[in-house]
Design a protein around this ligand. Structure first.
Ligand SMILES: NC(=O)c1ccc[n+]([C@@H]2O[C@H](COP(=O)([O-])OP(=O)(O)OC[C@H]3O[C@@H](n4cnc5c(N)ncnc54)[C@H](OP(=O)(O)O)[C@@H]3O)[C@@H](O)[C@H]2O)c1
Length: 289
């Protein structure tokens, strides 16, 4: 199979690309060569590659930057998503897109299924939802995976990295306990992506995560610290108001993964085991395991 990848230099792209390349013939132009905002260049490049599948990882994922630069966020998360969907349709290719739990408002109080109506409350979520809708409009054969708290792979600047760094400097940490989400280990996400690529019958939305009751940030932090041998650091639960967060975020963004499970694609490790496997002694062993 021939696969065309956009956004391959980001976090998910960098991690998954070698696995895709091992199995299939992959064309993945770097951003310096192809900016997907340039529709004509994108269409020509995709036509030349003549792929059967297009994977779009391109996004603006910095939540604060999205709030400050909503037009730019819309351009990348919505317009580019539409351009890529159109480029895929023109060559008769299937499209794989990654989206986010942030398309929901977090007010439901229990895990979101694929049938729940999105209602984003921040610019990132709103622009990603627009991207999802552009894809529905422009593509005839698409699969969108919605992800929550992605961890593993390159951690720099992300929650686990942040919490471990603070825990090495202090005896006590305050962590919010009123925000819930579904952790997703990069290695397991990679297995899911490798699993859906050949299954051309799969389309629509699928929520993806490691199994287990969605934790709050404090519970997630506790497991991350334990895996690093930092369980002695005292954790105090606080509400999100305490830090005066700059980006509005939903309270409960757990994802229901029943559909993923019914397709036989759910990771074997629940999120606690996945955290231990990622950060515990020995670390990750790669998606080939
Ligand atoms: N990471 C998470 O926790 C998470 C959670 C849920 C969903 N997702 C979704 O998963 C997908 C991949 O996320 P990620 O973490 O890999 O994001 P990322 O690290 O921000 O990577 C996105 C990539 O897209 C590139 N890009 C931006 N504008 C582009 C353009 N006009 N043309 C071509 N490429 C462009 C970026 O380049 P520059 O960096 O140079 O701008 C970057 O390399 C995204 O759709 C994201 O919304 C991620």
């Amino acid at each position: 199979m021939r696969i065309y990848v956009i956004g391959s230099e980001g976090r998910v792209g960098t991690y998954t690309l070698p696995y895709l390349q091992e199995r299939w013939s992959v064309v993945a132009p770097p951003l310096a060569e192809l900016d997907a905002r340039d529709r004509n260049a994108l269409f020509a490049s995709v036509e030349r590659a003549a792929p059967e599948l297009v994977i779009n990882y391109a996004a603006l994922t910095n939540l604060l930057q999205c709030e400050h630069e909503p037009d730019y966020a819309r351009e990348i998360n919505a317009e580019v998503a539409g351009n890529v969907a159109e480029a895929a349709r023109r060559v008769g290719a299937r499209l794989l897109f990654l989206s986010t739990d942030a398309v929901f408002n977090g007010a439901k109080g229990f895990a979101y299924t694929e049938e729940d109506e999105p209602a984003p409350i921040n610019v990132y979520g709103e622009t990603k939802r627009r991207g999802e809708l552009r894809i529905e409009e422009k593509s005839e054969d698409w699969l969108t995976l919605r992800i929550g708290w992605l961890f593993g792979g390159t951690q720099t600047g992300k929650f686990p990295d942040f919490i471990v760094r603070l825990a090495r400097e202090r005896d006590k940490l305050q962590v919010v306990d009123d925000r819930y989400g579904s952790p997703m280990r990069m290695e397991d996400l990679t297995r899911i992506i490798l699993g859906v690529v050949p299954r051309s019958e799969l389309s629509g939305y699928i929520h993806v995560a490691n199994p287990g009751e969605p934790p709050n940030r404090l519970e997630f932090a506790r497991e991350i610290l334990a895996a690093h041998g930092l369980e002695h650091v005292e954790l105090e639960g606080v509400t999100s108001d305490h830090f005066g967060e700059k980006v509005p975020r939903g309270g409960y963004l757990g994802l229901d993964i029943s559909l993923l499970e019914s397709l036989g694609l759910a990771p074997a490790d629940d999120w606690r085991a996945a955290v231990r496997a990622e950060f515990g002694a020995g670390g990750g062993s790669g998606a080939d395991r």
